[in-house]
Design a protein around this ligand. Structure first.
Ligand code: HEM
Length: 403
């Protein structure tokens, strides 16, 4: 009896020994579980052709964005575009004046940038897939710290709005007072039993929007400006189109966006060659059998490379050539609906795609009206497919002010 229940006998060393054995057994079980899962994945995949191994060991380290250059020198634009899109999403979705572009050194901004990198690094490190192991590593601890900073900030934004809404206004009344935003809708949302979202649910929604809504658009805008810089003929055509739409006006209005036909074609072509989200992952809802008879079972995790699809020569002629005319109505009409997927497809596609397209149009229009863009040949961008498509050395452009 005593040997089975050592704490009853008061022998503490036996308790520790038993605990150690239990821990070891747990770790061994976890390792065996991971091993079995890996074997299963290998078994299913071994008959499929795959990319060469070196594809799986690409660069993971991202250089720090360089500071804006002084006049006469090229300017690294990715960092400043990211701060601009973060300000934009905070203002548009949460009516929050973040001032990221001024206060770029804030702990929150650093946490947001760090989190994107750390999520990607975790995905690429097999051992770190296991949360138990990950939380004990220094990276895991840094990730937690960054999460805390981001969560505290989000909680503050939600709390401020809750205070402002405490007199129990409903959506229609808020709408009469001011412009309705995403946070108002979340805070007023009720299920069929009249229950609102919990604080955790609210925070998860706000965080998703904050992340999905700024990094992706920053990548889209930065690569588009690069495309414009290396293709001056398309740059000029877009500028002329925008000038013709605006006339003497300096501000862009809602109706203008729908008229930017050629500009939209250039944006789509840039999203094709440089898709901000390079891949999407799904668990199969049903088994899939391919043309050659190979099958993947239900529940199997699959990854679709949007980057690979957009540059696949069987889907696109001369895929590496920047040719906006691919997106003219006549050239688009016969295309497979899933040939162009910058915003994914199906029930979990991007819900912010209209917003993103509009933001990209405004950003491009404002830039082209003020500057002539050209690339810095001494610093060509080096593509870095992290969670989103970045450039390892930033994107360096000469910005010549138009008279
Ligand atoms: C050029 C800009 C953007 C691109 C290329 C893009 C692309 C995507 C893609 C590919 C997905 C699917 C991800 C997956 O399945 O793993 C997605 C999801 C999502 N996007 Fe975007 N996005 C952009 C901008 C935005 C903006 C501005 C917002 C918010 C205003 C936004 C909000 C979302 C949300 C909430 C989801 C998750 C939808 C769900 O899971 O049901 N996105 N986006």
């Amino acid at each position: 009896m005593n040997s089975l229940w050592p704490w009853m006998s008061g022998d503490v060393s036996q308790v520790f020994r038993l605990a150690a054995v239990l821990c070891l057994t747990f770790v061994l079980l976890k390792v065996a579980q991971l091993f079995r899962k890996k074997q299963e994945i290998h078994r299913v995949l071994k008959n499929f052709p795959g990319p060469p191994d070196h594809w799986l060991y690409g660069h993971v380290k991202m250089d720090k964005w360089e500071q804006m250059a002084t006049p006469g020198k090229s300017v690294e634009i990715f960092q400043s575009v990211s701060l601009m899109t973060l300000d934009t999403i905070m203002k548009c979705a949460f009516s929050h004046q973040g001032n990221c572009q001024i206060d770029s050194g804030s702990a929150y901004i650093r946490a947001i940038f760090d989190l994107s990198d750390m999520i990607y690094l975790r995905m690429r490190t097999p051992l770190h897939q296991n949360s138990l192991i990950y939380w004990f590593t220094s990276r895991g601890r840094r990730f937690r710290q960054a999460c805390k900073i981001a969560h505290d900030h989000t909680d503050k934004v939600i709390e401020e709005r809750k205070k402002a809404l405490k007199d129990g206004l409903v959506l229609e009344e808020i709408q009469k007072k001011r412009h309705l935003d995403f946070l108002d809708i979340l805070l007023c949302a009720k299920d069929e039993n009249g229950n609102g979202l919990s604080n955790e649910e609210l925070r998860a929604q706000v965080d998703t929007f904050m992340f999905e809504g700024h990094d992706t658009t920053a990548s889209g805008i930065s690569w588009l400006l690069y495309c414009m810089a290396i293709h001056p003929e398309h740059q000029q055509r877009c500028r002329e189109e925008i000038q013709a739409i605006l006339g003497d006006r300096e501000t862009i209005q809602w109706e203008d966006l729908g008229k930017m036909t050629y500009t939209t074609m250039c944006i789509k072509e840039s999203l094709r060659i440089y898709p901000p989200v390079v891949l999407v992952a799904r668990d199969l809802g049903a088994p899939v059998t391919f043309e050659d008879g190979q099958t993947l079972p239900k529940g199997f995790p699959v990854i679709l490379s949007i980057y690979g699809l957009h540059r696949n020569p069987t889907v696109w002629d001369n895929p590496k050539v920047f040719d906006p005319s691919r997106f003219s109505p006549e050239n688009s009409s016969g295309r497979h609906p899933y040939a162009f997927l910058p915003f994914a497809a199906g029930p979990r596609n991007c819900i912010g795609q209209q917003f993103a397209m509009n933001e990209i149009k405004v950003a491009l229009a404002l830039t082209l009206l003020r500057f002539e863009l050209s690339a810095d040949p001494s610093k060509p961008p080096i593509k870095l497919p992290l969670l989103i498509l970045r450039s390892k050395n930033g994107i360096h452009l000469y910005l010549k002010k138009l008279s």
